[in-house]
Design a protein around this ligand. Structure first.
Ligand SMILES: Cc1cc2nc3c(=O)[nH]c(=O)nc-3n(C[C@H](O)[C@H](O)[C@H](O)COP(=O)(O)OP(=O)(O)OC[C@H]3O[C@@H](n4cnc5c(N)ncnc54)[C@H](O)[C@@H]3O)c2cc1C
Length: 327
């Protein structure tokens, strides 16, 4: 009996997403007294087995598929499903990335497993018989807990789980599987890949995030937020309203249908604090809300609240930080 993780590499490296899913798998497997198996595609994956062991895998299964293109799940779906069929893990975990979100339901269908997507947390019930999976429903207004016994596929929302704090093992057992998938031609293929062009601190990895909402009033004031974020070594994001208004690119949207951030400090400037927005910032250590309206919902979630026009407050804050830095 095992928990199986599909480790998707990021530019050939074991990235944060794989580390988080392996960390979550490890804690569940330890409680269930099971092994963590990690499937990875050959090529770059075959070079990374030690890192995957350190991240929590007992055994790494390197799947060799002649035609595999890492960004085209259809090219190795059958091989992955075939490998899982041979093992029948209790739980199969994918990161909730575009690739993971495409693979998970297809693998679940092929194995006749259940599926819960977008999990925010995963734990074993006190009686040790069920795995409890929490995910948002009703547009993030409520969190539902699903109980799974076995035969479950899940996707995990990026930044919801934490990587292991200490290396698990440097020498996992490594098996090579030469997959001979059956089935006809893939029905889709990736024609082109557009990479996000981001400069500066990456939003998902930033320790400080300064975000602006509709109340900012236009694209120009975002320069003020950029200055504040720059002084704090952080990144700028925004609410969907700000993105829909064209003040920020879609890659900067934070929330249920945007990016999930988990900074030490999250500063929400002229953002009301809708449940869909807060779904993307819930893991922040300290949330500061700056809003002119004392009744704004942001103040229910914020650790610190500033009831003030941001045009008055933010320039003063910037000057204070500058003079503190100059000392
Ligand atoms: C399925 C679904 C998914 C969604 N996904 C997301 C998502 O991923 N991310 C997201 O953000 N939203 C999302 N939304 C939209 C969400 O419901 C809200 O509409 C949106 O978050 C509102 O953005 P806002 O807070 O910037 O704007 P508003 O709600 O209009 O709030 C603007 C705030 O600015 C304040 N303000 C105005 N002027 C000033 C000033 N001068 N100084 C200080 N404060 C001022 C106001 O008091 C107000 O609180 C989603 C909605 C749905 C239905």
């Amino acid at each position: 009996m095992a928990v199986l993780v599909f480790a998707e590499l990021e530019n050939g490296k074991v990235g944060r997403n794989a580390l988080e899913v392996l960390g979550g798998a490890r804690s569940v497997a330890d409680k269930l007294k099971m092994e963590v198996l990690c499937c990875v595609l050959d090529g770059d994956g075959g070079q990374r087995t030690g890192e995957l062991g350190q991240a929590g895998a007992d055994r790494v299964i390197v799947v060799k598929v002649a035609t595999a293109n890492p960004s085209d799940p259809e090219s190795y779906l059958a091989a992955l499903a075939e490998t899982c069929t041979g093992i029948r893990p209790v739980l199969i975990m994918f990161a909730g990335t575009p690739v993971g979100r495409q693979l998970a339901p297809r693998v679940a269908h092929r194995l006749s497993y259940g599926i819960v997507t977008d999990c925010l947390s995963i734990r074993v019930a006190d009686d040790g018989r069920e795995i409890l999976l929490t995910r948002p429903i009703y547009g993030g207004k409520v969190h539902a807990v699903f109980a799974a016994r076995e035969g479950q596929v899940i996707t995990v929302r990026p930044r919801a789980l934490r990587p292991l704090e200490h290396p698990y093992r440097a020498d996992p057992q490594v098996d090579y599987v030469e997959a001979t998938p059956r089935g006809g031609q893939p029905r889709t293929r990736v024609v082109e890949v557009h990479k996000e062009t981001e400069s500066g601190v990456k939003l998902e990895e930033a320790k400080v995030v300064v975000a602006g909402g509709r109340g900012i009033g236009g694209p120009e004031p975002f320069a003020m937020l950029e200055e504040l974020a720059g002084l704090l070594g952080g990144a700028v994001g925004g609410s969907r309203a700000a993105v829909d208004a064209g003040w920020l690119p879609a890659t900067r949207q934070i929330g249920l249908t945007g990016k999930i951030v988990s900074p030490d400090l999250y500063v929400a400037v002229a953002i009301s604090g809708s449940s869909q927005h807060m779904a993307g910032v819930a893991n922040s250590r300290v949330i500061v809300g700056i809003n002119i309206d004392p009744e704004a919902p942001i103040f229910h979630s914020a650790h610190l609240g500033v009831v003030e026009d941001y045009r008055e407050f933010v320039p003063v804050l910037i000057e204070k930080i500058k003079s503190a830095k100059a000392c």
